[in-house]
Every structure is written in structure tokens, then in C-alpha cells.
Write a protein that binds this ligand. Structure first.
Ligand code: HEC
Ligand code: HEC
Length: 254
């Protein structure tokens, strides 16, 4: 029904459409030009696997905040402190001044509200739906005395960057609520002093005093003795605040 010449016309029209479409897709005029310093910062961003915990334009991990517009929120002093000693679940990277400058350049240059805002909005941001947030809330509600001190020592270090509540984490850090079933007190003191660097557990820094180690062990024992109740409380808290993924707009950045 088509003559050879009408086939040719149709084929050329399709090829032309393809070329125009590709042109439109790839001639993206909002490409962000990065300075040499910012390019170094981007390399550090990849080397440090920041995207495991952070998002840029909504893409990445969810343990830490979206960093697309972080430079508008985070001043130089706080950025320097985050990138050297870390904060909460943000591990210490021990950056030197030059590395801090590179990362700062990267975060500043990608922060372009005219191009996009990267904040993912999942319900009420004041409510913690993360497993870690739910766990902290459960413990803070029930733990007292030495147990609470132990929890606070745990929470003030970088421990929870690797040890997750009631499960072995992606980096192989075990569930500490069952540690007392595996290790006796002497072995626990030993891990809490020297770590197990050859197996991915760094020695705690700053070093823990023997009283702090005692409190931590008391806390691990308490987690173990109350494990069933704690797990169910922790589960129900997350169920109450479950995120409705169908409401999530993946194209938040405008
Ligand atoms: C293990 C997870 C993890 C990794 C890896 C990580 N961070 Fe973080 N980061 C966090 C968490 C959690 C916070 C929130 C800490 C707080 O507020 O105390 C945070 C906070 C920040 C903030 C402050 C954001 C704000 O809006 O207050 C910046 C900036 C930041 N991180 C940069 C980085 C960079 C750059 C890297 C890679 C070199 C990195 N992070 C790697 C977990 C992580
Ligand atoms: C960088 C990741 C990382 C950090 C940070 C970390 N750990 Fe660990 N931890 C591990 C890994 C991995 C193991 C398992 C080592 C092995 O298989 O022998 C472990 C093992 C342990 C054990 C032994 C548990 C068992 O049942 O064998 C204890 C106790 C422990 N960590 C406590 C802590 C405390 C307290 C902190 C904070 C001061 C901490 N860890 C920080 C990764 C980490």
C-alpha cells in the first residue's frame, strides 16, 4: 500500500523527529558549570560516598538531609566541623582546610534555587520516621539511670552510623541488643577499648573511660533483657508514621 518513495519520506520524517528530540534533550541550558575547586569537591563527594546518606535534587540516601541547598543553610564554621569531626550519625571525615574549601565550593555552586530545590517533603519534617529516630524515641522514653547514660554515650559517638537498631547493618555491624549473648564482660570491654579494626570496627575515639564502658555494657544488657517489648514499640512507632510513597513527587526540583 505504501510506495517505496512514501516509505522514504516517512523514514526521513522519523529520523528528523529523532534528531530534533535528541537535540532538545541534550541542549539542556541549565547545566551548571563548576569551577576547578568545585570539581575537586565533587570528586570528594563521590569518594566519601556522601550520596549513601544524602540526596542531591532528591536523589540519594535518606539518613541525612538533602544537600542541594545546604550551602544556604549551613555556615562555614558548621560545614568545617561536620567535615572534620562529623555530627550524630554523620561520620568524621577528618578533612583538611583545602578539602573543606573544595567541598564548600561544590555545595555553593550547585545551590541554585533558580534551577531547583532539592528538598523532599515527606509528611511533617518535624516527625522522625527513620528507624533510628523511632529507636531513639523509644529508648529515651523508657531508659533511666546508668542505662540512659550508656545510651547517651552510644548516641554521642559515631556508633549509630554503623550499628543499626535490631539488625545487622549494611557494613556488617551487628545488632548490639544481642551483643551480651555473644560476648562476656571482658570481651565487651576489649571491643569497646580496641575496636576490631581488622573487621571494620574502629577503636572508639575519643577513647571511652572504664566507667563509660561499664554504662554501655549495662545499656546493652538492658536492650537484651527488654528486647521483645522494645522491638514491638519501635515497630509500631514506625507503622504510625509510615510514609505514603505514592504521594512522593520525584520531580520536586523545579
Ligand atoms: C553515614 C551517613 C552519612 C554520610 C556517609 C555522610 N553524611 Fe553528612 N550527614 C549525615 C547526617 C545524619 C546528618 C545530620 C547530622 C546532624 O544534623 O547532626 C548530616 C549532615 C550533613 C550536612 C549538614 C546538612 C544540613 O542541612 O544541616 C552536610 C553539609 C553534610 N552532612 C555533608 C556531607 C558530605 C559532604 C559527606 C561526604 C563527604 C557526608 N555528609 C557524608 C549523615 C551522613
Ligand atoms: C565504622 C563502623 C563502626 C562504628 C563507627 C562502630 N562500630 Fe562497632 N562494630 C562494627 C563492626 C563491623 C563490628 C563487627 C566486627 C566483627 O565482625 O568482629 C562491630 C562490633 C561491635 C561490638 C561487638 C558486637 C558483637 O556482638 O560482636 C560492639 C560491642 C560494638 N561494635 C560497639 C560499638 C560502639 C559502642 C561504637 C561507638 C563508640 C561502635 N561500635 C562504633 C562497626 C562499627
Amino acid at each position: 500500500m505504501f510506495t517505496p518513495s512514501s516509505k522514504k519520506v516517512m523514514l526521513s520524517a522519523l529520523v528528523a523527529c529523532f534528531a530534533i528530540q535528541s537535540g532538545l534533550v541534550y541542549s539542556d541550558d541549565v547545566d551548571i558549570e563548576l569551577s576547578a575547586d568545585a570539581v575537586e569537591g565533587r570528586k570528594l563527594y563521590h569518594d566519601g560516598a556522601c550520596q549513601v546518606c544524602h540526596q542531591l535534587w532528591g536523589q540519594g540516601g535518606f539518613l541525612g538531609p538533602d544537600l542541594t541547598n545546604a550551602s544556604s543553610r549551613v555556615d562555614e564554621t558548621r560545614l568545617a566541623s561536620l567535615l572534620t569531626v562529623g555530627s550524630g550519625q554523620m561520620p568524621a571525615f577528618g578533612y583538611d582546610d583545602e578539602q573543606i574549601r573544595y567541598m564548600s565550593a561544590f555545595l555553593t555552586e550547585i545551590d541554585r534555587p533558580d534551577i531547583g530545590r532539592g528538598q523532599l517533603r515527606l509528611g511533617d519534617p518535624g516527625m522522625s520516621v527513620t528507624p533510628q529516630g523511632a529507636f531513639d524515641a523509644v529508648v529515651l522514653e523508657t531508659a533511666t539511670g546508668g542505662v540512659r547514660d550508656g545510651f547517651e554515650t552510644f548516641a554521642s559517638g559515631v556508633c549509630s552510623a554503623c550499628h543499626f537498631p535490631f539488625q545487622t547493618s549494611v557494613v556488617g555491624a551487628p545488632d548490639l541488643s544481642t551483643a551480651v549473648e555473644r560476648l562476656d564482660e571482658a570481651a565487651l570491654h576489649d571491643v569497646l577499648t580496641r575496636g576490631r579494626p581488622e573487621r571494620g570496627m574502629p577503636p572508639p575515639a575519643p577513647a571511652l573511660s572504664s566507667a563509660e564502658r561499664d554504662r554501655l555494657i549495662e545499656y546493652f544488657g538492658w536492650l537484651n533483657a527488654n528486647r521483645a517489648e522494645l522491638v514491638s514499640d519501635w515497630d509500631s512507632r514506625q507503622a504510625d508514621r509510615r510514609v505514603d510513597w505514592s504521594r512522593l513527587d520525584w520531580w520536586e526540583f523545579r
